[in-house]
Unconditional design. Structure first.
Length: 134
């Protein structure tokens, strides 16, 4: 994006167009594809927030995705991820579910930024199995 200056010769202001914020679906797609590269199986949950629609897989407030990575019979790593658009917060019932599940020993995270998640996963989490992701 280029902005006109004051009219004085050589006075122009050049700016960079701002990229639109990623939607929740974009964050979800990027993180899911990334984790699948490292051997995770993604399971999309479908919690029923409207009982009038019938039954679904999940509980009220449950995270959007369950990621599993099998370590051998009968063991697996488990990661619950709730996806949000950048800067969006959990609703009360989601926060309550996260607290209850973490009290059971689960790893539950809210992800609103792919690059921040990627850096955490590769450098800090201890979950990265494939060095190609570094």
């Amino acid at each position: 994006m280029v902005h006109a200056g004051s009219g004085v010769a050589g006075d122009t202001q050049v700016g960079v167009a701002k990229l639109p914020a990623l939607r929740e679906a974009d964050v979800q797609a990027n993180v899911t594809a990334f984790l699948e590269l490292d051997g995770w199986r993604a399971i999309r949950t479908d919690p029923v927030s409207d009982r009038g629609r019938g039954k679904g897989f999940g509980e009220i407030g449950m995270a959007d995705h369950l990621f599993l990575r099998y370590l051998g019979k009968p063991m697996a790593e488990v990661l619950w991820l709730e996806f949000k658009a950048l800067g969006k917060k959990l609703k009360k019932h989601q926060a309550q579910w996260h607290v209850r599940e973490m009290a059971r020993g689960a790893w539950v995270m809210t992800v609103d930024d792919f690059e921040r998640f990627r850096k955490w996963y590769v450098n800090e989490s201890g979950l990265n199995r494939r060095m190609l992701l570094r």
